[in-house]
Design a protein around this ligand. Structure first.
Ligand SMILES: [Zn+2]
Ligand SMILES: [Zn+2]
Length: 348
């Protein structure tokens, strides 16, 4: 198969012929029809993810495609099925999986990190019965590619972790892929959204998606601006970028008993967030992490997509071939990526 490959962290990426992935027992090989370019892949390429241990490596984890083959023991899927997968692929056997929390599986795998990913014609996924999610008829693959990472991640962060309710204020710091998804989901849930970013284009997109207010973080104290707009602070606030400054601004922009959700990856290499714990205590704030979403939890979200209430297709900016994937991935290190929308790679 053809795939995007790199041989060293931060090293050159190229498209070349590599062996097809074997079909795992209990797993499946998916023919990739579309795969999103995500900042997490950039972190991986930079060497920020300890799961990447061997070279050559193939990045990519936000995918949609068609089941090409299934391994022994797979009951629910067969070749030809249209599917996506959560970026956290679960084992289906550990205590966390048994309690329904596959998103924090103790034996999790992640395509593009723990093994070769989806910037390729084919990708292998373990425990297919646990991890594959069937796509509704008519969902285009580029739209579906967003469901595996940014959209599902934002959905769970806003609703399950942040518990955003109608009429509440939700602040979204960082309006890239996850952030814009969060804006759309919070608006659909009846919340009022304050979008925060440093890029005018990203803020304009957030406005188009229904944000009630936009704050340019480059022109002063973003947390103070959020507190001002929301009459004392947001009920829920997300760091959707993943940075010490955005994490801190998110916590500082909360009202009493507010909930901060850390959803943007914040690896140690990006710096440690200096959070005001005195404020966490005095205001009884909640600091929550959010890590993708289990495959079994996709149903209600897919129903909202099918009904047109949620429009992940509105997040797709451009579609490129495999040859343009390296440049698109390398470009994730600069800016928020929000202004152009999501880049989707169709591996042809
Ligand atoms: Zn991602
Ligand atoms: Zn597990």
């Amino acid at each position: 198969m053809r795939a995007v490959v790199y041989e060293a962290f931060g090293g050159p990426m190229e498209v070349r012929e590599v062996p097809d992935p074997p079909v795992p027992a209990g797993g499946a090989v998916i023919r990739v029809e579309a795969t999103g370019v995500c900042r997490s892949d950039w972190h991986g390429w930079q060497g920020h993810d300890p799961d990447i241990r061997a070279f050559p490596h193939v990045p990519g984890h936000e995918l949609a495609g068609v089941v090409e083959a299934v391994g022994d023991g797979v009951a629910r899927w067969r070749p030809g099925d249209r599917v996506t997968v959560p970026f956290v692929c679960a084992c289906g056997r550990c205590a966390s999986c048994a309690s329904g929390d596959q998103q924090v599986c103790e034996e999790q795998t992640q395509p593009g990190f723990s093994h070769w990913g989806s910037f390729a014609e084919l990708v292998a996924i373990g425990a297919a019965d646990v991890n594959l999610v069937g796509l509704p008829d008519g969902t285009p693959y580029p739209t579906a590619a967003a469901l595996g990472c940014r959209f599902a991640t934002a959905y769970r962060a806003v609703l399950a972790r942040g518990r955003a309710a109608p009429g509440e204020w939700v602040a979204v710091h960082g309006c890239g892929g996850v952030g814009l998804s969060a804006v759309m989901i919070a608006v659909a849930a009846g919340a009022r959204v304050v979008a925060v970013d440093i890029a005018e284009g990203a803020l304009a997109l957030a406005r188009e998606l229904g944000a009630a207010a936009a704050v340019d973080a480059s022109s002063g104290d973003a947390a103070a601006a959020v507190r001002e707009i929301t009459g004392g602070g947001a009920h829920v606030s997300l760091d959707a970028l993943g940075g010490p400054a955005t994490a801190r601004a998110s916590v500082e922009g909360l009202r009493r008993r507010g909930r901060h959700v850390q959803v943007g990856l914040l690896p140690p290499a990006a710096g440690r967030a200096d959070l005001p714990m005195e404020r966490v205590i005095a205001l009884e704030l909640e600091i929550l992490g959010s890590h993708g979403m289990a495959a079994h939890a996709y149903g209600p979200m897919l129903e909202l997509v099918r009904a047109g209430t949620l429009r992940p297709d509105a997040l797709v900016g451009r579609i490129v071939g495999l040859a343009d994937a390296p440049a698109a991935l390398a470009g994730m290190g600069t800016g928020t990526g929000g202004t152009a929308g999501m880049t989707v790679v169709v591996p042809r």
